[in-house]
Design a protein around this ligand. Sequence first.
Ligand SMILES: C[S@@+](CC[C@H](N)C(=O)[O-])C[C@H]1O[C@@H](n2cnc3c(N)ncnc32)[C@H](O)[C@@H]1O
Length: 182
Amino acid sequence: MKRDWSVYYDAIEGKPPRKTLLKALDLFDKQALPPTARLGIDLGCGSGRDTFELLRRNWQVLAIDSSQTAISYLLNHSDLSFNLLKTQIARFEDLTLPSPTGLVNASFSLPFCSPKYFPDFWNQITASLRFGGPECGQLFGDRDSWSTNNSMTFHALEKTCSNLPSPGRRAAAPRMWLGGFD
Ligand SMILES: C[S@@+](CC[C@H](N)C(=O)[O-])C[C@H]1O[C@@H](n2cnc3c(N)ncnc32)[C@H](O)[C@@H]1O
């Protein structure tokens, strides 16, 4: 189903970056990673809420979204320098991610990947984080009100928790997938 996201982009205009991204950036800063690791991928970047924060912190950013409208909204922010920014219009289902990368952010976007492609795409994300940097964003639970939508991916809490790194492993390679709206 093709969605018109412009109502959403208008509604969140001017909102601060997601708390999950801020937490991931804190974790990243505590790791002694090489300067070349400061390449962030913003998956399903939308109108740029999180991309802007990465650019403000002088990260190189690859901002990806399937919607041309999203990228147009993002590039409409003339208050920011886009020297460090690359944009790509592509669906998760068709993507090959660059590797290595320092951080992968996917705020409220990964659930829109079709279930058929999700496992491979997840593996790509993990493989691209060879420096051990964080991934951050949200997954949707299988009791979500949209969970009857077969074109989207939902996760059962028990399975998700056993598949994702435990808090213990998180200390070594910080990764987090936190829910909640902000
Ligand atoms: C709920 S919005 C989140 C946007 C942004 N990350 C934020 O937090 O404001 C979901 C975004 O995912 C994008 N999207 C949806 N399905 C996608 C797909 N299959 N591949 C790539 N992007 C997709 C949409 O165009 C939209 O911009």
